[in-house]
Design a protein. Sequence first.
Length: 69
Amino acid sequence: MLKKIASYTLVAMVIIFTILGLLAIWDIIAIEDVMRKILLSLFVIFVASVVVLFIFAVVIHENKHPKQP
């Protein structure tokens, strides 16, 4: 469930950033420092996603299946 929510959120962000990029290419909006901030934001979100997925894969996965004695 969490993976689906995260996936849809990231897809929505990519679509928004793509629209902003296209508008900037066609000079409809002025975009000086925005692209740098967008890329840095995406990098931070990517790193946070990697950490969260690692935690879910390692810690929570182990708790679901306790070791049999």
